[in-house]
Design a protein. Structure first.
Lengths: 674, 102
């Protein structure tokens, strides 16, 4: 095994190892478990950043990014060998560095947030399992390994959403998340098997033989299935899995409910890393999407669903009252933006927004966690208010995250990455509809974030607890993430698009003229106007005067039916309940009925027949055979009573007898053979 | 690795499983014990296949996969029984499920 593979493999393996060890620890060994998990994650982060720097340096010298694949054989079936591998290229190295860094910060934060929980050790075991699986998804060079880690990530997400399983809502949300993503994963699995059948390999890069390389792509693009190129069919099937994980429109319902989990989990899994895995997967297998050209049917679907999700989720976010649910819908909306960027043919732009989003959304969620912690587990923004005085540090960092999410100009990474997406959507020759949808979604984003800010931090406190600032172990990660959200804007501006060019494998030149290019100014002007409009309208509706504790939402008084529909999440859950869930329940009812009447009828009929026969034989017995037997029967009954006392109904007693019998039998056979 | 080592591991695993199945009164723990014994069996399949005369025939792997599928079905049925027992007795203590005595 070569040393480079080993070093890269350490990045996911260390958290896995830590998860395995902490799983064996006792509940009381809190410090040991936390330090093991955080230590393993720290080492893994250092290696991941090292790999990132190495990739960047090699990149810089050669001028192009060649993916370096480290493959090995996993299983051999006759002449077929199933091979897995790890990949180091600009995409995976950048993503791995971000994931491990954010994960590390959230682990440290969790140490403060979960201090009171009695299942602290179990929490860190699950977190570490998640981290290992997520880094596995990122670094994998094989669709199969991606799929394995993908499912492990889903498992960790299930375990962590349901971490407080004694709350019925949490247990339900965990099941919902698992089942909804399973719908998408079914498509992913079928797509993967089909890809293996068509191309004979699941390795992404394999020195010319991988499924993302020219030879395989040409075959995929040439084969037709029902009028569509096979590459597009496989791409759409894989996109099903990505849409499930990334909460894209028909499968988005699980993500807001997933907020039942502890807040660090919401920040780590349901905002920064796992939900972005869908976007990452689509960006990773982008060559398959693109195999039949830049405007293939699969990319059209991705762009359409992305734009629709961005607008749809932003609309719902306007009327939510739970601080975490607002952020959850905002995550769904931002993931829609990323999918849109991939769909219009710019995966590098999508990745730029993904990383910027990971920083500021993790920041917002951790800030929300700090707020929830500070007001004693209250999540309803109507019962907060005025917290900027009692929680100054949380307020400052939250403002940075909010401005980055809203796309406030120049100093915040969200502005540049969102601008790049709008730019890409504007330049898309197929249709301008996604561009206008994205503009509307960006406006709504600025609006609902302003609404949340005014509800939570301004006015006077409307709750009953005594708000207090969170401890340093929670505020320090907030500060670091806030710095990252601001600093990441440096390599994302059009003047020095270092990150985008790094992903594209090109060298970035500093070019001040790009900032003054007319098409950039055009889009930037639009984006500036909508952000100003969103912030201004938010201030006009919510910020002009302090909100009182009892009054309804100003929007509710303005347009009650619309607000009610939005507050009820546009009834998607209700529609699913009325159609899918009800349909399955009816199906279950029918099969239960069939089981009860048809199958049970057959069984009961057979039983009735045998009762009849036994009745007849009983008559014969009683009148023909009974006389001589009575005495012997009585004797038998006495013995039987003695034997029946062995049958005490203790299943383990039976098992013991079986065990002893087996040993005696074996001994007998052995003795006979010898 | 030597065949004997694998067999020893499998034997130890089997004994642990048997011990759990015999001594625990929680039905789920008994089920876990049974799963461990099945795991030991699988390990034996794999070990004997690995050191057999024709390891390229994959018979051991196939057997192990069958046995894993069997174990999954068995666990599903076992859990269904445990749920029914829990509904009836409000407990998963198998010593309380003794209505079938003579």
């Amino acid at each position: 095994m070569d040393i480079a593979l080993l070093i890269i493999a350490l990045v996911p393996l260390l958290p896995f190892l830590a998860a395995g060890i902490t799983a064996l620890l006792k509940r009381e060994q809190r410090i040991l478990s936390a330090s093991l998990v955080i230590g393993a994650q720290a080492v893994s982060t250092v290696i991941a950043i090292g790999v990132f720097v190495l990739t960047f340096m090699i990149n810089d010298h050669r001028g192009v990014a060649t993916p370096v694949a480290h493959n090995f054989t996993w299983l051999t079936f006759g002449s077929e060998a199933l091979r897995l591998g790890l990949l180091r290229d600009a995409l995976s190295a950048g993503m791995a560095a971000m994931v491990s860094f954010v994960t590390l910060l959230i682990f440290i934060y969790s140490h403060g947030y979960m201090k009171q929980d009695k299942n602290f050790t179990r929490f860190f075991t699950f977190l570490s399992l998640f981290s290992g699986a997520m880094l596995g998804v990122v670094l994998s060079n094989s669709l199969l390994l991606t799929f394995i880690c993908w499912e492990l990530v889903g498992l960790a997400s299930y375990l962590l959403i349901g971490f407080w399983f004694h709350k019925p809502e949490a247990a339900t949300a965990a099941k919902k998340a698992f089942l909804t993503t399973r719908v998408g994963d079914m498509g992913f699995l079928i797509g993967m098997l089909w890809l293996y059948k068509a191309s004979g390999t699941l390795l992404f890069y394999d020195g010319g033989h991988g499924c993302l390389e020219q030879a395989a792509l040409a075959t995929l693009a040439k084969t037709m299935v029902g009028g569509i190129a096979l590459s597009n069919v496989i791409a759409l099937l894989i996109f099903c899995g990505a849409a499930g994980k990334s909460g894209q429109f028909p499968l988005h319902v699980w993500l807001p409910d997933a907020m039942e989990g502890p807040t660090p989990v919401s920040a780590l899994i349901h905002a920064a890393t796992m939900v972005a895995a869908g976007v990452y997967l689509v960006a990773r297998v982008f060559p398959i999407f693109e195999a039949t050209g830049a405007h293939s049917i699969s990319l059209l679907v991705v762009a359409g669903i992305g734009a629709f999700t961005a607008l749809f989720a932003a609309l719902i976010a306007v009327a939510q009252t739970d601080i975490k649910r607002i952020l959850a819908y905002s995550t769904v909306s931002q993931l829609g933006f990323m999918m849109l960027a991939v769909g219009v043919g710019h995966p590098a732009v999508a990745m730029m927004h993904l990383i910027a989003h990971a920083f500021f959304k993790a920041l917002l969620f951790l800030g929300a966690g700090s707020v929830i912690h500070g007001v004693h587990e209250e999540q309803d923004i109507r019962h907060m208010g005025g917290l900027r005085k009692t929680m100054p540090l949380t307020f400052a960092t939250y403002t940075i995250g909010m401005l980055a999410l809203a796309g406030f100009p120049v100093f915040f990474s969200g502005f540049w990455s969102k601008d790049a997406i709008l730019h890409a959507a504007h330049a898309w020759p197929v249709s301008q509809a996604p561009f206008y949808m994205a503009v509307c979604a960006a406006f709504l984003t600025a609006f609902y974030m302003t609404r949340q800010m005014f509800y939570v931090f301004f006015g006077s406190y409307r709750g009953h607890a005594h708000p207090h600032e969170s401890p340093a172990v929670m505020t320090v990660p907030l500060t670091i993430l806030a710095a990252a959200a601001v600093l990441f804007s440096l390599p994302s501006t059009p003047a020095w698009p270092w990150f985008e060019e790094f992903l594209n494998g090109e060298h970035a030149e500093f070019n001040r003229a790009a900032l003054l290019a007319p098409d950039f100014l055009h889009i930037a002007g639009i984006s500036l106007a909508i952000v100003a409009l969103g912030l201004g309208l938010g201030w006009f509706v919510y910020g002009r005067r302090a909100l009182s504790a009892t009054e309804p939402d100003p929007l509710q008084t303005a347009c009650a039916p619309l607000f009610k529909a939005l507050a009820n999440r546009l009834y998607v859950d209700e529609i699913y309940n009325a159609t899918l869930v009800r349909g399955l329940a009816i199906l279950g009812g029918i099969s239960a009925w069939a089981d009860r009447t048809i199958l049970s009828g057959a069984v009961n009929g057979a039983a009735g027949l045998s009762v009849l026969i036994s009745y007849l034989s009983d008559r014969i017995d009683r009148f023909l055979l009974n006389f001589g037997f009575d005495s012997s029967c009585n004797a038998l009954r006495e013995y039987g009573g003695g034997i029946a006392s062995c049958e005490r109904g203790r299943v383990q007693g039976y098992l013991r007898v079986i065990g002893v019998g087996a040993v005696v039998l074996l001994a007998l056979i052995g003795w006979l053979l010898v | 690795m030597m065949l004997q080592v694998l067999l020893a591991i499998s034997a130890v695993l089997f004994c642990f499983g048997l011990l759990a199945a015999l001594t625990r009164s929680n039905a789920i723990m008994v089920l876990i014990g049974i799963e461990m014994m099945l795991g030991a069996g699988n390990l034996n399949f794999i070990a004997f296949w690995k050191f057999s005369a024709h390891p390229e025939l994959l018979t051991g792997v196939m057997f192990a996969i069958f046995s894993i599928a069997l174990a999954a079905a068995e666990a599903a049925v076992g859990l269904a029984i445990i749920i029914q027992v829990h509904r009836r007795l409000r407990s998963v203590n198998i010593n309380r499920a003794d209505q079938l005595k003579g």
